[in-house]
Design a protein around this ligand. Structure first.
Ligand code: G1P
Length: 300
């Protein structure tokens, strides 16, 4: 019987420079997908997976994340008095989670952010959930990793095939045998290789189940050329002393980490949103026609 996984680390200390000027004073994790901050989706995925305790690693200018996950008695009372039950439910969705905050004072990379959570995690397996990716599947991806851990007792990372031209944005695996459908042994984990050097198109997509031995490796890790301590390199080192598997995710992954993909995600979620789907659909159809006409005119 493996140890139960009950804790998650969500790193949210990054500067969010891809979204400047918005992120000058507001955290990118609070950027909405229609009406819900991105980080709320991550915490809900953790909750649906059976995680009880979450530590969010924050930095300067991230106060609003703490406020978002705090109870808001005045607002709740106001909504209660006006019988706004749906809204009340929405804002109380994750009130039963234990959410803690740690500050990373100097952003020194993902590996360092995870290392700040070592006392909170102690000697237990845990999950790392990155905020840029929102996942949809029947079984939440984090739960898929937890189920896999119950069978193997080994660290397991989520991976997904991405377009070859995009591979240098990701940590990439060099897979060896597929031990069972969708679960790979891994020869090597490489952070952001050039497309020519990438060992595969299987990218690490922001959900990790890690054994606590990762902390000993992070403790001794040296920053790379850009001054960052890379989680991927630490995982590659871990893989030399204990097995680390890659689990291929077959569900939908929505990237919110850059302007274009964030906008696309908003459109897709808008089309699924009961309040605005009809209006948005009609608007997109009109816009599509208008753009086609414009392109046709240009060609003449
Ligand atoms: C980080 C990781 C990378 C991973 C990616 C997933 O990169 O370092 O290995 O593939 O998240 O989104 P970042 O997107 O923070 O540059």
């Amino acid at each position: 019987m493996q140890k139960k996984v009950t804790k998650a680390v969500i790193p949210a200390a990054g500067l969010g420079t891809r979204f400047l000027p918005e992120t000058k004073a507001l955290p990118k994790e609070m950027l909405p997908i229609v009406d819900t901050p991105t980080i709320q989706f991550i915490v809900e995925e953790a909750k649906k997976s059976g995680i009880k305790d979450i530590v969010i690693v924050i930095g300067k200018g991230k106060r609003s994340i703490e406020d978002h996950f705090d109870a808001n008695p005045e607002l709740e009372q106001n909504l209660e008095e006006r019988h706004k039950t749906d809204m009340l439910e929405t804002i109380r969705k994750t009130n039963d989670m234990n959410i803690y905050f740690i500050r990373q004072s100097h952003p020194r990379g993902l590996g360092d952010a995870i290392y700040t959570a070592r006392s909170f995690i102690s000697n237990e397996p845990f999950v790392v959930m990155l905020g840029d990716d929102v996942m949809q599947d029947k079984v939440p991806l984090t739960k898929q990793l937890m189920d896999s851990y119950q069978q193997t007792g080994a660290s397991t990372l989520a991976v997904k095939k991405v377009a070859h031209r995009d591979i240098s944005k990701y940590g990439v695996i060099d897979p060896s045998e597929e031990v069972r459908p969708g679960l790979f042994n891994v020869k090597k984990f490489v952070e952001k290789p050039s497309p020519e050097k990438a060992p595969s198109d299987l990218a690490i997509i922001g959900r990790y189940l890690l054994t606590p031995e990762i902390f000993g490796i992070l403790e001794d890790a040296k920053p790379d050329a850009s001054g960052e301590i890379q989680l991927t390199s630490a995982i590659d080192t871990l893989n030399r002393t204990q097995r680390v598997f890659a689990h291929e995710f077959k569900g939908a992954r929505y990237d919110t980490g850059n302007k274009l993909s964030w906008l696309k995600t908003n459109i897709i979620f808008g089309l699924q949103h009961p309040e605005i789907s009809t209006g948005l659909r009609a608007y997109l159809k009109d816009l599509g026609k208008q753009l086609t006409d414009e392109d046709a005119k240009k060609k003449k």
